[in-house]
Each structure stands twice: as structure tokens, then as C-alpha cells.
Design a binder for this molecule. Structure first.
Ligand code: NAD
Length: 496
């Protein structure tokens, strides 16, 4: 695959119209692997956000989308899944160019995202409440689920189409309208997705997209009085700002944040499978992954042999040009992310961890690549054991007993995901119940399905995405009480 001859030109979508920013300003995205411009975007202003929200609000109050039969919404959402599959090469190409992730992986992610739209298309049929027939013979009640209103969606750069697909189809399924702000450096596929939404039959103005700075337009969205909910995926630091802003009109907030996810490997594990999962877990997507298995907790008795095997395998993983279909690990997304990672490598060395592999920039003609990096003999107080590095850096901590393993695993502000590798059913079940994490994998890592909810404990998040639970996230519950028969009067007027 070749680089584009010139950068792709994008516009924002408001009320079904493709528009420039009201300021007419645009900004450029360069491929982090090739250093050439690959996309140009309007830099939205607060006024653009206000227009987008006003449109989504009008469509929610006056438009047909929230009132439409579930079956009709289902058909449209289902078509989006088909269109994503049809356009997977183009979408994957854009994502590879903007994010630096390998092309083969990027295309696979598009297919994965399409599957989420397929699943969400079943939910309009299943958006309902309860009925209450036990309130006495004169009373009958029901609870109904109504769409929340306008949902603002703010997404990060690491899995652009996949993450918006964990939010948008679910909000649309229940009848909400939306304004989406993708990460400024990887907005291409979110804009293309909105083209597909129009093609699939989502009415103009129901789903809108604005592009530009998080500090300006993300901030404005999270404060906006006509937005009923913010669905945010990104760092814990920015997530806290969103939560703070949301207080202004008590809007609902759903947060998918950072992680420092442990893989607990016991001496009785399937050795080769666990080695592969550890290598995959930390180097997949260059380690720029909320679910990154960035902490390996390894039982003492196999630690030396296991770490040696992880190092040996890591050395063979193909790293390089993300446009090469054989590449497994691509370029680091930005210079600032590159610097953050390299600073953690320095900190790890300074704090006394043993650097067993990598730790350096790879020498390439263009782009920024970091060698797969493994620190052994990391202790729990070190920064590389605690902070989300968001890069290809594995921290190895050793343990003797189950109790020690669980204490190390849970000694974190984060609680997104974890895994347990053992053939002992008792260890597997006991530990998975004790782990403070939104997802626990047993003898596997980073598998996911649209019907399984996803989210974090502690500072990894608030609320859940995916699965039937998403219906609850994007709806309000209304109680309706009905009286039948003669009323038992509060006050009976005296007869004259
Ligand atoms: P980030 O928090 O810097 O940015 C996320 C989004 O927020 C971007 O669109 C950004 O423009 C916007 N933003 C920035 N400042 C804002 C503000 N003041 N108000 C509102 N919006 C603002 O995160 P990132 O660097 O793009 O992504 C990496 C982070 O995302 C990591 O911490 C990672 O763990 C997390 N993440 C979590 C999940 C999950 O599902 N839990 C998935 C992917 C990524």
C-alpha cells in the first residue's frame, strides 16, 4: 500500500451539511510513521459546537428519530454495520495512516466495529421497562425507558472507529441524538462513519460531528446545558475534568478511562499460551491500549524461565512501516506520546528496575518507533509499576503466593481489566472474584464481544459500554402510575 498523493480533506457534519468551521481555520494531521500530511480538518469553534448541539436538540424534540418504531431504527443501524464492512479497506487505511497502527490490524478492527453495529441493531427491539401488577386492585404501574436526549461523545486516538462504535450505535438504537468529537489527530474514520450513517438512512441532524481541540470544543460539549449525557473515553485526568464540567446541568456521565492491567501468571499455566498472551497484551497497538497488559505478575518458581521466553518471543515481533501487511507493531502516535514513554523508560532505570529488552528508539528513516521494552524485578512502589505508560513497555513483578498476587494486582488506582493464567479452577475462580477490575480473563487476554459489557472499577471509569446494559446507560426511566375504579378521597366535603 502507498501513501496518499495529497492529504484527505475533511469537513464537519452538522444538520446533514458538510461544513467548514465558522472560523474557516483548518489543521493538518501527519502520518506518525511517514511524517507526511494525511488529513486536513476544520478547527471547530465554540459557535460550531453550539450549532451542532442546537441541531441535535431540535431533532430530539421535534424530529422523528426518537419516536420512530424500534424496528425501523434497527434496520438503519444494521445497514451501518454492512456499510462499515463494505468500506473496511478505506477505513482501515485512514486509521493506519493517522494512528500509526498496522494496516492488517486496522482492517480487522473495522470488521470488529461492524459486528458491534450488528449487535446494537437488535437493541431497539429490547428497549422496554417493567409492569407492576401487585400494587392493589385499583393501581397498575409501569416503568418505561425513554431516550436521554442529546448525547455528547468524546473519543481518544488509539481505536478511533472501534471506540465510537461502542457508543454511537447504542445511543442511536434507543432514540438519542448525538454530537461527536473525535480525537483531533485521528478524526478521519469518525467523519467517514458519519457519511455511512447518512447513506444508511440516519436522518440529517440526528448524528453530528465536530473536529478540533479537546480543551476548546470537548470542554464546551461537557459543559453544554442542552446535552443530557457525555459518553467519554480517554485519560483519567481529562475524564475528571469532564465529570467536573458535567455538574453544571447535572448531566449523566459515562467514562471509559485508563488502566494498568495485570496479567497474573501461575506456575501451572499453559506456558506457551501465556507467553504469547503477555507479548500480545503489551505490544498490541504499540502498547497504546487502555487494556494493555502492562504489568506481568509472575510466580517466582517459573519467573526466570518465563521472562526469558517472553523476551525471546518479543525480539521476533515484526515492527515497522504500518502500511506493510506483515507488520505487527507500528509507529508511536505522536511526539508527545513518544516523549512520555521514553521518560518512563528513564524513570524505570533510575528507580532500579532491570532493563532486559529495548528501551530505545528504533532508527528509521521516518516516524517514531520504540523497541519492545521489558523491565524485570520491578517493585510495586516504582512509577513503571503504577502509572499508565501507554507504550510498548512491560513491567515484570514477581510473587510467591495467591494472596501476594492479588494484593499487588489490586494495589492500583486503576481497575479496568486483568487476567489469570492457571490450570487450577479454584485459583482461577477465586482470583477472578477478588480482582478489582471491570473485566477478568481466565486463560485468555483482551477478548471481547458486543454482548458483554465493558468498563472500569475505581479510576478506570464510570458506567459500562456494550451489551444490553448500554440500553440503561442511554435511557431515562419513567414511572407511570394508573388508577382504576373509584378514588379513595383524601377529603370528603361535608354534605350540606
Ligand atoms: P485524552 O484524555 O487526552 O483525550 C481524549 C479525548 O478528550 C480527545 O478527544 C481529546 O481531544 C478530548 N479532550 C481533551 N481535553 C479535554 C477537555 N478539557 N474536555 C473535554 N475533552 C477533552 O486521551 P487520549 O490521549 O486521546 O487517549 C489515551 C487515553 O484514553 C488513555 O488514558 C487510555 O487508557 C484511555 N482509553 C480508555 C479506554 C477505555 O475503554 N477505558 C479506551 C481507549 C483509551
Amino acid at each position: 500500500m502507498n501513501l496518499p498523493e495529497k492529504p484527505f480533506q475533511y469537513k464537519m457534519l452538522i444538520d446533514g451539511n458538510w461544513i467548514e468551521s465558522e472560523s474557516k481555520e483548518r489543521y493538518e494531521r501527519k502520518s506518525p510513521a511517514h511524517d507526511v500530511p494525511v488529513g486536513e480538518y476544520p478547527a471547530a469553534t465554540v459557535e460550531d459546537v453550539n450549532n451542532a448541539v442546537a441541531t441535535a436538540h431540535r431533532k430530539f424534540i421535534e424530529g422523528q428519530w426518537p419516536k420512530m418504531k424500534g424496528a425501523d431504527r434497527a434496520k438503519i443501524i444494521g445497514r451501518v454495520g454492512d456499510l462499515i464492512r463494505k468500506n473496511k479497506e478505506e477505513l482501515g487505511y485512514i486509521e493506519c495512516l493517522e494512528s500509526g497502527k498496522p494496516i492488517t490490524q486496522a482492517i480487522d478492527e473495522m470488521v470488529w466495529a461492524a459486528g458491534i453495529w450488528d449487535y446494537a441493531a437488535t437493541l431497539p427491539y429490547h428497549t422496554y421497562g417493567d409492569s407492576y401488577n401487585t400494587l392493589g386492585e385499583n393501581m397498575l404501574a409501569m416503568t418505561i425507558r425513554e431516550p436521554l436526549g442529546v448525547v455528547g461523545m468524546i473519543t481518544p486516538w488509539n481505536f478511533p472507529l472501534l471506540i465510537i462504535s461502542q457508543k454511537l450505535p447504542f445511543a442511536l438504537a434507543v432514540g438519542c441524538t448525538t454530537v461527536t468529537k473525535p480525537a483531533e489527530i485521528t478524526s478521519g474514520t469518525t467523519i467517514k462513519l458519519h457519511e455511512l450513517l447518512l447513506q444508511a438512512g440516519v436522518p440529517a441532524g440526528v448524528a453530528n460531528v465536530v473536529t478540533g481541540s479537546g480543551g476548546v470544543i470537548g470542554n464546551c460539549l461537557s459543559q453544554h446545558p442542552d446535552i443530557s449525557m457525555i459518553s467519554f473515553t480517554g485519560s483519567t485526568e481529562v475524564g475528571k475534568k469532564v465529570l467536573q464540567n458535567a455538574k453544571s446541568n447535572v448531566k449523566k456521565v459515562e467514562l471509559e478511562l485508563g488502566g494498568k492491567n495485570p496479567q497474573l501468571v501461575f506456575a501451572d499455566c499453559d506456558f506457551d499460551a501465556a507467553v504469547d498472551a503477555v507479548v500480545f497484551g503489551v505490544f498490541f497497538n504499540q502498547g497504546e491500549c487502555c487494556n494493555s497488559g502492562s504489568r506481568l505478575l509472575i510466580q517466582d518458581e517459573i519467573a526466570d524461565e518465563f521472562v526469558q521466553a517472553v523476551i525471546k518471543k518479543s525480539k521476533t515481533v515484526p515492527i515497522g512501516d504500518p502500511l506493510d501487511p506483515k507488520t505487527k507493531v507500528g509507529a508511536i502516535v505522536s511526539e508527545s506520546q513518544f516523549n512520555t514513554i521514553m521518560n518512563y523508560v528513564k524513570a524505570g532505570e533510575k528507580e532500579g528496575a532491570e532493563l532486559r529488552l529495548g528501551g530505545k528508539q528504533m532508527i528509521t528513516k521516518t516516524g517514531r518507533y520504540i523497541e519492545p521494552t521489558i523491565f524485570d524485578k520491578v517493585s510495586p512502589e516504582m512509577s513503571i509499576a503504577n502509572d499508565e505508560i501507554f507504550g510498548p513497555v512491560l513491567s515484570v513483578l514477581r510473587f510467591k503466593t495467591k494472596e501476594e498476587a492479588i494484593n499487588i494486582a489490586n494495589d492500583s488506582i486503576y481497575g479496568l481489566s486483568a487476567s489469570v493464567w492457571t490450570k487450577d479452577i479454584d485459583t482461577a475462580i477465586t482470583l477472578s472474584r477478588k480482582l478489582e477490575a471491570g473485566t477478568v480473563w481466565i486463560n485468555t487476554f483482551m477478548d471481547g464481544f458486543p454482548e458483554l459489557c465493558f468498563g472500569g472499577y475505581k479510576e478506570s471509569g464510570l458506567g459500562r459500554e456494550l451489551g444490553h446494559f448500554a440500553v440503561e446507560e442511554f435511557t431515562e426511566l419513567k414511572t407511570i402510575l394508573m388508577h382504576t375504579g373509584p378514588r379513595d378521597y383524601w377529603w370528603k366535603q361535608p354534605e350540606k
